[in-house]
Design a protein around this ligand. Structure first.
Ligand code: MG
Length: 203
């Protein structure tokens, strides 16, 4: 199983980190050892002083496919979740400056908490889903999938040109604006269309 993450998929977020708005999806990967399920705590790593939250909508691939055409891409997933793409921003900034890969900033243990999955059929239109993150009861991030630069289908079409997608693979589809640091003892709560899917502490 692999975890594919899309970067800079919301204009306002690309701009808040002073990045250009991409003309093609940017993606990177996390190992399966990064996953955290069942609202278990996020353990703050000792190698960073600036871990940021990035709340994202996640899809789970449920069919094998490669070079999938965009018009057929919706057949390749049927469940959706919320996830955090925790990022050691200080390490990422160093890597970016040197033009080096992001794995140490993105793929560390506990960096990918994920909620339960809900069927896509539960929603009227997954291209218009609101999702929000509260930290200690205060709104930290607010997004809507209608603001994605690259849709779920475009992401699947693009990524599957380079790597075969397999059943169980996860795609984190990018974060909206409002990323920021978390701290030990914070409580994170994430909502999809107003329904609370995540509620976990930072330890
Ligand atoms: Mg992200």
């Amino acid at each position: 199983m692999k975890i594919i993450c899309i970067g800079r998929n919301y204009v306002a977020h690309a701009k808040e980190l002073n990045n250009d708005v991409p003309t093609r999806p940017v993606f990177f990967m996390k190992p399966d050892s990064a996953l955290v399920i069942n609202n278990r705590p996020f353990f703050y790593p000792d190698f960073s002083n600036n871990v940021h939250h990035e709340l994202e909508v996640v899809i789970r691939i449920d069919r094998l496919g490669r070079s999938i055409e965009e018009k057929y891409a919706s057949r390749y997933f049927s469940e959706i979740a919320l996830g955090l793409d925790f990022t050691a921003r200080d390490l990422q900034d160093e890597q970016k400056k040197k033009g080096l890969p992001w794995e140490i900033a993105k793929g560390f243990d506990y960096s990918a908490p994920i909620s339960e999955f809900l069927p896509v059929s539960k929603f009227k239109d997954i291209h218009e889903l609101s999702f929000t993150l509260d930290i200690n009861g205060n709104r930290a991030q607010e997004g809507n999938t209608s603001l994605m630069i690259f849709s779920f289908e475009k992401i699947i079409a693009y990524v599957s040109r380079f790597m075969t997608l397999k059943t169980g693979d996860l795609i984190y589809t990018g974060t909206p604006a409002g990323v920021g640091p978390v701290a030990v003892n914070d409580r994170l709560e994430a909502y999809l269309e107003g329904e609370k899917l995540m509620d976990f502490p930072v330890k």
